[in-house]
Design a protein. Sequence first.
Length: 206
Amino acid sequence: MTSLQPIKALFLDIGGVLLTNGWDRNARRRAAELFNLDYEQLNERHHLTFDTYEAGKLSLDDYLKRIVFYEKRSYSPLEFTRFIMEQSQPYADMIQLISQLKQTYGLKLIAVNNEGREINSYRIRQFGLDTFIDAFVSSCYVHLRKPDVDIFQLALDVAQVEPEQVIYIDDRYMFVQIARTVGMHCLHHTSIDSTQQALASYGLTL
């Protein structure tokens, strides 16, 4: 497949593409075991309030008060927060690929992701994402969450590109489908090899 217009920008999810997920069900299960919490109760409380946190309308401290520290615990919020942050790990091969494509083709890189402010900020700093990503259209900053189509339109406005000039990469197929309705080229990321092959079909090779 070849685009009629040259690709000028890559829009990227972070969790599942450049880094592991920041705070997913597996991390919550590990937290429940380590901190002696009822996983089902933790998960239920998480789902009732996490969207509000990701939308930037709740601090991490207040989120943790709702899901863990509504009762007295033998550990501190700081210890629990440290555990959350430690769950993030980089996909170094993907970071290298995207960085090299940016340098080779002069691409704009825009992160379009759902993350709470403190987790998002930590991940940007810890893994140097701001050294190659030009802008972060993160849910906590723009108060919009995928799958809201408006977050993709906002990213287009920030990047000042046409949809046909963008490739959007996400590991969640539903978000890929929705982004496609805006007119962007979209890749469902399942592995670096398949993503690299798909990018090559748009002329983005190394």
